[in-house]
Design a protein around this ligand. Structure first.
Ligand SMILES: O=C(O)CCC(=O)C(=O)O
Ligand SMILES: [Fe+2]
Length: 430
């Protein structure tokens, strides 16, 4: 498959242009006028929207998404996406930190699964491992038809392979939510736009947030310099500021660009296996500070600017199903290693992040295109043992839209008796 691509000229001269009104911005999106939309990208459509359904989003909703929602009986009459009521969004840091601070029961489904996964594999036409260490594609199986036994086996497969893909799916947002609820308590994100009537189903839609239009190559931090249209998302893992952070995330993309818009995952197990035994030993049992994506006001120091929620978690964590150790750091949301001087922490942390981000042999890059037009593609990954980054290379304003359900998991732990993946599989060189 090939496609001729003409990159728009943007940059300083584009930034000189007059910002557009919201209506003009919507027009620009409909006409796929990248340059005009880019000019406005600093103040995104998703900011400052009225609470409730956003009527503006409906105007640019991709056809495949609209069809999927209609078939599922989603009420779009008030607009799309649903934007949370401002009164429900915590403003102060202490309020935001308190959400789920007390913990909740969690059942790890993969633990009880048949290690051979006979029920799950038996129902699939094909099982394709995409690389040696990470990523498996399942062919010929509908996620909406899984039995509980198959869901347990899939959870174990996701834990082992880090991310598992399913093309050509017919999946309603309600079924997607049900599946997520089976794997854990579903995250109800107070800020994020969501599918109307389904608080646990978030929306990933760059054409709405225009996120990718304002990003440059941003390896060294979020929200990089705005002098290029394209880039990639800062490597991250989801919701690490939670007391019980994300386990499985399931993103179902129902509008997929003709070319591009891939996502990359890197394995935390394999990253750990790349460290020397001396560095592994140093890190085992250490903790790091993780922070939230959103900022909040500090009641005691309200004028100091937004502050992030911070949590302490083990920097090497043991996965409860596989029992393997994984490196648990990410560029977007890991602040420092506890117990080290700031410069020491920064050097070591940067090295660890580089191991995850710069080694293609522990990564998988996935293109979401279904083989059947009109069908969607699901990626199901384990945030406890991976980081991911979306590639915003797709041309102009081609639609890319997905619904996302995240199941929260256990309080992260490190088991000193646990093994690395190579050790457990008998591949260790020493
Ligand atoms: O759009 C994607 O490929 C992934 C977006 C993302 O970071 C997520 O869903 O957690
Ligand atoms: Fe993410």
């Amino acid at each position: 498959m090939s496609q001729t691509i003409t990159l728009e000229k943007t940059g300083p001269e584009a930034a000189q242009l007059k910002p557009l009104s919201v209506d003009q911005q919507i027009e620009a999106i409909i006409k796929k006028d990248t340059k005009s939309a880019y000019v406005h990208s600093q103040s995104t459509l998703s900011k400052g929207v009225p609470t409730g359904g956003d009527p503006r989003g409906l105007k640019i909703l991709p056809e495949t998404t609209r069809k999927r929602f209609e078939e599922a009986g989603i009420d779009l009459s008030k607009g799309y996406p649903y934007v949370p009521n401002k009164n429900d969004i915590p403003i102060f840091l202490d309020e935001a930190t308190k959400i789920r601070n007390d913990g909740f029961p969690f059942v790890e489904r993969g633990v009880n699964a048949d290690p051979e996964k006979k029920a799950f594999f038996g129902a699939a036409k094909q099982v394709i491992n995409l690389t040696t260490k990470v990523g498996t594609e399942i062919v010929g199986l509908q996620l909406s038809d899984l039995t509980d036994q198959q869901k347990d086996e899939l959870a174990l497969l996701v834990a082992e392979r880090v991310v598992v893909f399913f093309r050509d799916q017919k999946l309603s947002p309600q079924k997607q939510l049900e599946l997520g609820q089976y794997w854990g308590q579903v995250e109800l994100h107070p800020q994020s736009p969501r599918v109307p009537g389904l608080p646990g189903v978030g929306v990933i839609w760059q054409n709405y947030s225009l996120g990718h239009l304002s990003f440059k190559n941003n390896t060294f931090g979020n929200f990089g310099i705005r002098d290029a249209v394209y880039g990639s998302q800062t490597w991250h893992t989801d919701l690490v500021h939670e007391f019980q952070p994300a386990g499985i995330t399931h993103l179902h993309n129902d509008a997929i660009p003709e070319l591009g818009g891939d996502t990359i995952w890197s394995s935390g197990y394999a990253a750990y296996d790349k460290l020397s035994p001396a560095l592994q030993k140093f890190l085992d049992g250490k903790e790091a500070i993780y922070f939230s994506a959103h900022g909040y006001i500090d009641r005691d120091d309200p004028f100091s600017g937004p502050k992030k929620i911070e949590r302490r978690h083990p920097i090497i964590r043991t996965h409860p199903s596989t029992g393997w150790k994984a490196l648990f750091v990410n560029r977007s949301m890991t602040k420092s290693i506890v117990g080290l001087e700031p410069p020491e922490s920064s050097v070591i942390l940067n090295y660890l992040l580089d191991v995850l981000e710069k080694n293609a042999d522990i990564q998988v890059r996935f293109n979401w295109k279904p083989t059947k037009p009109g069908y969607g593609t699901s990626a199901i990954w384990d945030n406890r043992v991976s980081v991911h980054s979306t590639v915003w290379d797709y041309e102009g304003l081609e639609p890319r839209h997905g619904t996302r359900v995240t199941s929260l998991a256990e309080v992260p732990f490190f088991d000193a008796e646990s093994k690395s993946q190579r050790e457990a599989l008998g591949l260790s060189l020493d």
